[in-house]
Design a protein around this ligand. Structure first.
Ligand SMILES: [Fe+2]
Ligand SMILES: [Fe+2]
Length: 298
């Protein structure tokens, strides 16, 4: 696994982070690699090695919440991330993942961005699979940096909304349960969105709510964390995807799978899909389950 840098490496970034710019040579190499792997059955290879039953990881994370209302005790959120539908992930490839999530009976499902690899239509190829994810509180999603390509993210949101999956775009949904409230906040992507507005997204959140923030890029976590924010769910890093010296540096900085930022817990998913090459080395695809557990008030 990748080393886990000190959490202070996340500090100093505002909620917005500069977009990574890829040079022409790197883009060309990525294009050549992707098309070469497609020609030799890269999608089949990836599905059989990383998305078949028993090939991906189900990671369970418990987050302690002081004074949690009994109605929220044990509430479980299943997190999928970084699908990157496209050359290496398409219709039916998530069937084992969907079946695994269904067996866990989560209270809610969230998808933390990077639905596509290149084109917005790719998101439609996995919609039949994702629409099967049923839970009492529903399925919610945010966009990742890839999803803004061509500026068609609104079309993705519309298509998904028709199938019951709602994208939160600087928005919040509050779920009242017993005397407690779960506030689910979704941010636009910190690198590529035209408008990232944390204050607007948090507007409906009230003191005492259990606030969970969906934010594709974990680099904004230090700006989001703080009193009242229970957890941040991110993805983006693919856990480095290829965990080898030098190669791991080609991807986005991976801060670790779980970090405590004061009273806020940051969970970073290693995701399900890939970019450029249909392989993961030392980094499994995964579904994360976050479960709330009450503890004594501070
Ligand atoms: Fe990604
Ligand atoms: Fe990303």
């Amino acid at each position: 696994m990748a080393s886990v840098p000190d959490p202070s490496e996340l500090a100093g970034h505002g909620v917005r982070v500069p977009a990574r710019r890829h040079g022409t040579l790197r883009r060309a190499l990525s294009w050549i690699a992707e098309h070469s792997f497609v020609a030799i059955g890269g999608r089949w290879l990836y599905r059989s090695r990383h998305l078949a039953a028993g090939r991906f990881v189900e990671r369970f994370e418990t987050v302690l919440v002081p004074g949690l209302d009994p109605a929220l005790e044990g509430l479980t959120i299943a997190q999928l991330s970084d699908l990157h539908a496209g050359a290496f992930l398409g219709p039916g490839d998530l069937s084992a993942v969907v079946a695994a999530v269904a067996r866990r009976c989560p209270d809610m499902v969230v998808i933390t961005g990077d639905m596509i690899a290149h084109h917005w239509e790719e998101s439609l190829t996995v919609l039949d699979d994702l629409a099967q994810l049923q839970s009492p509180l529903g399925t919610y999603a945010v966009f990742g940096n890839h999803d803004y390509r061509g500026r068609n993210e609104g079309r993705i949101a519309e298509a998904y909304a028709e199938r019951g999956i709602r994208f939160l775009r600087n928005e919040c949904v509050r779920f009242e349960m017993g005397n407690g409230v779960l506030a689910l906040v979704g941010l636009e992507d910190l690198e590529e969105a035209k408008d990232v507005d944390l204050d607007k997204a948090r507007g409906p959140v009230q003191v005492g709510d259990v606030e969970i923030v969906l934010c594709h890029n974990p680099r904004g976590a230090s700006a989001i964390a703080g009193a009242g924010c229970t957890a941040i769910l991110s993805g983006h890093t693919h856990g480095t995807q290829v965990d080898l010296p030098v190669l791991r540096r080609l991807g986005p900085q991976h801060p670790g799978l779980r970090l405590d930022l004061g009273t806020t817990t940051l969970i970073v998913s290693r995701g399900l899909g890939v970019v450029a090459v249909p392989m993961r080395v030392g980094v499994p695809a995964e579904v994360v389950y976050l479960q709330l557990k009450g503890c004594s008030p501070l």
